[in-house]
Design a protein around this ligand. Structure first.
Ligand code: GLY
Ligand code: MN
Length: 464
């Protein structure tokens, strides 16, 4: 948690951006796994956390723009709870730490909102994603569950995105501290990668490091020798000599900020020639993309630059052919790189994706490109100092996509399907770092996790 003033300042920015009405924020609740008392790991709603700080379930808050009131609603524990929970600080004491001087019991939240509605005040809420919050808002506002999203306040959504998009020095420091742990997760994880071990031996050890640092994972780890499966969350494969392993993981700091890195390593500890060649193309693409990052540049253009580096590299290897610019323009590279270059990162690993990716990543000037591959780019708009984003290009050999495109004779002027067939079974390679946009350019955040071929082979013991 930050100093009280940080939260006061954040709420002031919001008040300056939304004209009138009542802003409501519903915190997250505990969710049962298999019976009510046996719960999933609790994660507070990020916007609640950002503006009101308290990292506990069962809370809601309002900012009344017409009266200037800020209130956090929640219940203090009673004696029957105390025997299970131990004594807990009063809500009023907790709220005070975040600069909110007014607290009320939770039931009064409903009364407050109902009265405001009776007075025809606008109730501004963010689109809910948590099922409990959806049910709660439906009961409170009389809006059917499937209409909540379209009734969410665009004014509030855009204001929250504007405020949360620019990371403060303290937030960046928090992410960089988190990367110290990510460094440990990755370096220890890489050293555990060996033939005849299971993926879960590595992913489990990495998660253990996150937990042992009083944090959590910022998203379920993707760690697989089937790296061509972009978001495969199973870790049950035995790792074999000759496999490439994609390791995509993040630490969630004790203050709930995310880190997000990907490293791809040869299970044997030494890259084969083929693996080296593909790896180096992805690395070049990532480094050149990072170099291009500065305020005012469209991230969509940085994405397209990284696609070109990949297409050029694959052309040199004989997997692609023809005019590289035209191949990327038409989307032929997406056989190998079918996702976006990166996304905003902050309290959420895909920052504010709950509010709406289209508003986080795009604006009136920069619209999404509706083409397979680039359509998945989550951030396209012009970069501003203070954005924290990921840079994560990749090359994958996806047999199903290959078979489909080959059967359709798709882009035969740009793709040598015969040559590509020699790579089926290769898996995938992705390399990802977290980058701050600075006033003059960019800064790759945190301690550098080994990423060149030489660094990775040295860390992994070069196969010994
Ligand atoms: N690191 C997972 C993702 O960016 O989707
Ligand atoms: Mn990512």
């Amino acid at each position: 948690m930050f100093e009280k003033n940080v939260y006061l300042e954040r709420r002031k920015k919001l008040r300056d951006l939304v004209k009138n009405g009542v802003l409501i924020f519903v915190g997250n609740t505990e969710l049962p796994m298999n019976y009510p008392q046996n719960i999933y790991h609790f994660r507070q709603d990020s916007s609640f956390l950002y503006f009101f700080g308290i990292d506990e379930p069962g809370l809601a808050a309002i900012i009344d723009l017409d009266t200037g009131k800020e209130i956090i609603f929640g219940n203090d524990v009673e004696i029957e709870d105390v025997i299970w929970t131990g004594p807990l600080p009063l809500l009023s004491d907790k709220a005070e730490k975040f600069g909110v001087s007014s607290t009320e019991v939770f039931a009064n939240f409903e009364t407050y909102v109902c009265n405001a509605r009776k007075e025809n005040k606008t109730i501004h809420f963010l689109p809910p994603y948590n099922p409990n919050t959806k049910i709660f808002l439906t009961d409170l506002l009389g809006i059917p569950v499937n209409k909540l999203k379209e009734n969410a306040s665009m004014e509030l959504m855009l204001a929250v995105i504007q405020v949360r998009s620019i990371k403060s020095v303290a937030e960046v420091a928090e992410i960089e501290n988190g990367i110290d742990t990510a460094y440990e997760m990755f370096t220890k994880g890489m050293q555990l990668v060996k033939p005849n071990r299971y993926e879960y031996e590595v992913s489990g050890a990495m998660e253990g490091i996150a937990l042992a640092k009083n944090g959590a994972l910022s998203f379920p780890t993707i760690l697989s020798v089937r790296g061509e499966i972009l978001h495969g969350h199973a870790h049950g494969n035995l790792m074999n000599d000759g496999d490439m392993l994609v390791m995509d993981a993040g630490f969630e700091t004790p203050n709930r900020y995310a880190t997000d890195h990907t490293r791809s390593v040869p299970v044997s500890g030494i890259f084969t020639q083929k693996q080296k060649e593909i790896y180096q193309i992805v690395l070049d693409s990532q480094m050149l993309a990072i170099e291009a990052i500065k305020p005012g540049v469209k991230y969509q253009d940085v994405h397209l630059l990284s696609c070109k580096v990949i297409a050029e590299g694959l052309k040199k290897l004989g997997l692609m052919k023809g005019d590289v610019d035209e191949a990327v323009k038409q989307g032929a590279h997406a056989l190998f790189f079918p996702h976006g270059l990166g996304h905003m990162m902050g309290l959420d690993v895909h920052d504010m994706e709950d509010i709406g990716q289209i508003y986080v990543g795009y604006d009136d000037e920069v619209r999404p490109i509706d083409q397979f591959g680039t359509a998945y780019l989550r951030l396209g708009r012009r970069l501003q100092a203070g954005f924290v984003l990921t840079v994560e290009p990749g090359i994958y050999f996806i047999p199903e996509l290959y078979n489909l495109w080959k059967t359709e004779n798709k882009f035969t002027e740009f793709i040598d399907y015969g040559k590509v067939s020699e790579y089926l079974g290769f898996g995938g390679i992705r390399i990802e770092d977290d980058v701050l946009v600075t006033e003059t350019g960019h800064q790759v955040l945190g301690k550098a996790i080994p990423k060149t071929i030489a660094e990775i082979e040295a860390l992994m013991g070069g196969g010994r």
